[in-house]
Structures are given as C-alpha cells and as structure tokens.
Ligand binder design. Sequence first.
Ligand code: AMP
Length: 281
Amino acid sequence: MFYLLILLLQMKLIKEIIDLNKAINKETRLGFVPTMGSLHKGHEALIKISKKKCKKTLVSIFVNPKQFNNKEDYKNYPRNLNNDLKILKRLKVDYVFIPTIDQIYKNKKLTKISIKKSDKVLCANFRKGHFEGVLNVLNRFVILIAPKIIFLGEKDYQQFFLVKKFIEKRHKTKVYLCKTIRSSNRIALSSRNRLLNKTNIQALSLITNKLLDLKKKIYKNRSESEALTNSAKIELTKLFNIKIEYLENRNTIDLGSNISNGPFKLFVAFYLGKVRLIDNF
Ligand code: AMP
C-alpha cells in the first residue's frame, strides 16, 4: 500500500506519444507549461500558477528546431536536462513530456501554418518563420495533450498574443498569461542569459534599467513617444555597443503602433555580443 502511494505521487517521465496517451487519457483539468528546458525561476513561476489553477500539471521540454531561423542558434541553445528534472521533481510536477523530434513531427497531415501580414511586426518581422514554428509545435502539443489551460510568460508577449489567438480559435484550451520574473538587478530571467559573461550581464542590467525608465517617461508623455524612443535607441547603441533590432511601442490589444490611449508596451530585441535578447516593459 505504502509503495503504491509513493508510485502515485511520483512524477511521470514520458517520452513516447503512446505512453502519453495512456498516462493522461483520464485527465480533465490538465495545466500545460511548454518549455525548451534550461529551466529557471521564470519557468518555475508558470508551473506554480498551473498547479494552483489546474488539478494536474504537465511540463514539456522540447527544443523545437522549427522555430529557429538560424542553425547555429539551435545548436547553441542551452540544454540541461538533469538539472531540469531535479527542478521539476522539487516542484512536484505530475507529468514531464520529453519527446523526440520524430515523435512530434511524424504526423505529416497537419496543414501549414501562416501568419497574417498585419501580425508580421516585431520578432515576426525579424525572425522569419519563427512564430509559424511556435504555432506549429503548440498546435501539435494541444492535439496530443488537450490541456484545459496553457501557461505562457509575458516575457514573450508577442508569442502569447499569437498563440492565444491561434489556439483559442481552434481548440477548447485557454491560454493564460503569467508575469515576467526578473532577478534583483531587473534582468528578465531567460535561458539565453546562460550564454552571457559577467560583463554582459552587468551591461544587460544597465540597459534594462534604462528601458524601464524610458517606459515611465513615455507613459507620462505619449505624444513624444517616437522622439523619446529614437533618441534612446541611439544612446543605448553608443553606450553599450549593442545592435538593436527594434525598440518600439505597441498597444497590447492588437500590437498596432497606435498607443495614444489604452495599455501599451515598449518592446525591444537586440544583440549583446552574439546573443539575441528580447524584453518588454
Ligand atoms: P522557453 O523555455 O524560453 O521557451 O520559455 C517557456 C515559457 O516560459 C514561455 O511561455 C516563456 O514566455 C516563459 N518564460 C521565459 N522566461 C520567463 C520569465 N522571465 N518570466 C516569466 N515567464 C518566462
């Protein structure tokens, strides 16, 4: 009896779709946290919210090749499975799904996914095929898992925006937004931060603080948003020798550039050395 109880409490590690079906076919209130691994406190926050809101929680670890528009970036993406499993055990996650690429993409019938022209802004403009890859894999996961809720981070707000629209139109699953978790120096936690050295981390903290201040200024003076943003772009590029892909204000309703009233965010993507980072404020 005691051993049975221990078995029931154990986290289930699943690699094959056939085992996934067996394990979760009776679950009706499953929370799903999709990740690419190299877990940190940002992922942990998503998992904790899922555990509060859902009866059981499933976390996937899958570095999805289709969402990388650069082979080197895919190859260099940080991976740390042993540590991830320790974290997931500590958090008492119910199911961990670690599929192979073949398992996920063996169904060739699923149709090609495309993004509307008006949505091709920010990262969708600079990372060709990235969000098509994200939507493709999440659509496959939702078909396999049928979760009640998917939990996504605000750190990747554009991802949340596109996934919510796409998934809620096609499936019963709801998509829930969780706040960005930052370290004490205000840097948004990210698996990619592991690729930065100490000097770059210090620079990233200064850049982040400057962008937080800029957002406050723009919030108080929306009509000056363009001028304030453009001069900040020049200043940051000079000060930190970074390559800014975009620094733009967009409303959070449709990610359009009209921010004259209502909620908006300041979005940034830049290269610090060879590492591409994104954030929003
Ligand atoms: P990733 O493993 O980078 O694909 O991220 C998996 C999920 O964690 C996504 O929904 C991200 O938005 C979310 N996430 C990543 N970093 C953070 C963070 N600092 N705070 C909150 N959520 C995050």
